[in-house]
Design a protein around this ligand. Structure first.
Ligand code: ARG
Length: 256
């Protein structure tokens, strides 16, 4: 291959890597017959692998939503901190991975109506910090790119913040005395304390959150269709059944 041709190819491939691909429109998605969903796969009971099968509340909800829209769900799992980036590269159409709806995130992506309401709780070894004031002088561990990290970094007097990609690594840091506490979603924390009986202390909800599904900013019709399907599942009992299966209660947000 000539040198100039190689240069041209290099420029083309660099450009296509740098330029975000256009998000698929709702008509394109309908023609394909497939809804491409992404989640983390490491966040029980919301999304996790059970004997190599992706399962959890958000996975079952995502499947039900796709079916309600007449589409076949196809899943990708990606480390939490990279999920929203993949959306802007058109690697998938929708992210359902317990993202809190925040003004910062709304600058980059659109969100569905909330698919559940919850909040972050402080998790520590028994006798450890329970409240935000208890965190003064303590080392805390947070998930990379999580809302909890943003909140905790603003608190005065924290001795140190250690970030990890997965909940497991955060839990290990707390259990092995490398951190004093972590913030975890309430239902995540309940799940962890069942797996590790007597090893963890759960505090109160310190950061309430409305959790939504993220989509590309240029797909308002997709957001509309997802919201319509979610409202149907919330009205016809499908949502309540799934919620009770995973949490023993209905976790939809109270009407505002
Ligand atoms: N709700 C928190 C946030 O919005 C934590 C989400 C973590 N989700 C996950 N799949 N690891 O950042």
């Amino acid at each position: 291959m000539s040198q100039s041709r190689m240069c041209a190819l290099l420029v083309v491939s660099l450009l296509s890597a740098a330029l975000p691909a256009q998000a698929a429109s709702l008509p394109q998605i309908k023609t394909s017959g497939v809804l491409r969903l992404a989640t983390e796969g490491n966040y029980p009971p919301f999304n996790f692998y059970k004997n190599k099968t992706l399962s959890g509340f958000e996975v079952e909800l995502g499947n039900a939503l796709a079916r309600q829209m007449g589409l076949k769900p196809v899943w990708t799992t990606v480390v939490f901190e990279s999920l929203l980036l993949g959306l802007s590269r058109n690697r998938y159409d929708l992210v359902i991975a317990s993202h809190g709806i925040t003004p910062e995130r709304l600058k980059a992506v659109d969100f569905s109506a909330p698919h559940y309401c919850s909040g972050g709780v402080l998790v520590a070894r028994p006798g450890g910090p329970r409240t935000l004031t208890d965190l003064r002088g303590k080392v805390v561990t947070m998930g990379v790119n999580t809302t909890y990290l943003g909140y905790v970094q603003k608190l005065p007097g924290i001795a140190g913040v250690k970030t990890f990609s997965t909940t497991n690594d955060q839990l290990n840091a707390v259990l092995n005395n490398r951190a004093d506490a972590m913030v975890l979603d309430r239902f995540n924390a309940i799940d962890a304390s069942k797996v590790l009986p007597g090893k963890l202390q759960l505090g109160d909800i310190v950061f309430p959150e409305r959790i939504g599904m993220a989509m590309d900013k240029n797909s308002p019709e997709l957001v509309g269709a997802v919201n319509k399907a979610l409202a149907t599942l919330m009205a016809d009992g499908t949502y309540a059944k799934l919620s009770v299966k995973y949490f023993g209660q209905d976790v939809r947000c109270p009407k505002s």
